[in-house]
Design a protein around this ligand. Sequence first.
Ligand code: SAM
Length: 207
Amino acid sequence: MANDRWTNPQKMWDERFAESEPVYGEHPNAYLSAQSQRIAPGCRILVPGDGYGRNGIWLARQGFQVSTVDLSPVGVARARNSAQAAGLTMAIEQADLASWTWPEAQFDAVASIFLHLPPELRPQIHARMLGTLKPGGLLIIEAFSPAQLQYSSGGPKQVELLYTAEVLRKDFVSAGVLELQQVETEIDEGRLHRGPAAVVHGVFRKQ
Ligand SMILES: C[S@@+](CC[C@H](N)C(=O)[O-])C[C@H]1O[C@@H](n2cnc3c(N)ncnc32)[C@H](O)[C@@H]1O
């Protein structure tokens, strides 16, 4: 089962997002909402791996111009419905980030929240995140770290899918580091992200 999940991640995310309950809650990620204060009003933000849209929709409500891309057709349909119901104009696209045509130097910020990519894809996709930023643009990221394996508050169970500060520093070596922390914390984001947790999070600035 675990193998099937990760060899066919689209199926896994579709099943998860087909549940009536929003599994990561309806509120934005706390780190993202705090760090979004750094982004000027009206800026263009890309949210890769936005699932059913909780973060993108919240950012659009704050007045940012938001684009999202996610692998899961079920998540994307749900995000589109929520955006429409809220009267928000957003670009919500279904695609695999590994083959998506990333626009060059178009966004003021990128928000990568719990987007756990396999090591054969992660550096390439992280490089694309920097590439899609305008010079001076911000990359805000939060992911579970390997210490999360001791907790049952969510995240992948394969250590190679978990991120460390060292991994992020290396992937974003060409960017300035505004902050970067690997910490133990408490999360409360719906049924699948609740309780003590170990995360790495940071904000990088494209040079
Ligand atoms: C743990 S969920 C997090 C969703 C959202 N960021 C949130 O915090 O609510 C991970 C998301 O990444 C998406 N994802 C994983 N690999 C992807 C890929 N290669 N291309 C696009 N989306 C991907 C999944 O479809 C899923 O929606």
